[in-house]
Design a protein around this ligand. Sequence first.
Ligand SMILES: Cc1cc2nc3c(=O)[nH]c(=O)nc-3n(C[C@H](O)[C@H](O)[C@H](O)COP(=O)(O)O)c2cc1C
Length: 184
Amino acid sequence: MNTIEAILSRRSIRAYSKKAVERDKLDKLIECAKFTPSARNMQSWHFTVIENEDVRLEYSRLILRAFRSEDPSFVPKAGCEADFFYGAPVVIVVSGDKNDSWSTVNCALAAQNLTLAATDMDLGSLIVGMVRKVGEVYTTVEAEKRLLKLPDNYRVCVAVAVGYAAETPKERAARASDTVTVIK
Ligand SMILES: Cc1cc2nc3c(=O)[nH]c(=O)nc-3n(C[C@H](O)[C@H](O)[C@H](O)COP(=O)(O)O)c2cc1C
């Protein structure tokens, strides 16, 4: 698969098989994430690879707690009530250095590298932005730091769920037509 094929065929996957992701594929994913371009080559990211189901589910409960602390009636979307990562056997949390103003951009680009590399290796993936809520709520942010063993001064930017797809997503939404201005 070439890069353009990966970009055009990648889809968000919200159902995963139990099949484990092979170690060499995981290593390649992390290598691809580390080779993301970054402003001033600061590489101001940290990757936490969760391969443990209990930890993943505890993280999910923390996300739910964060949302409910702001809105007690919060109900997750169907399919992720108990697991915001939809049963993915691997979750790669991408955190950024709070002291680098570019870290959010760098982390987002790294997340995209992860999804494209996953696509190339026939793995499904999903960028999960809901994780950000945990760091915004003072009652959950410390628990997150402990659970993810985050280095000091790092804040979670996004997570990427990875695993073998157990669904074929329905046709993708049409692309908006008014998002490009050409100046000649
Ligand atoms: C920054 C970002 C955050 C996202 N957060 C979530 C999320 O928390 N949960 C989820 O199910 N999908 C999430 N998505 C996936 C989008 O819903 C998905 O990319 C979009 O619907 C387009 O579908 P596609 O990826 O299959 O092309 C996120 C995507 C991005 C780029």
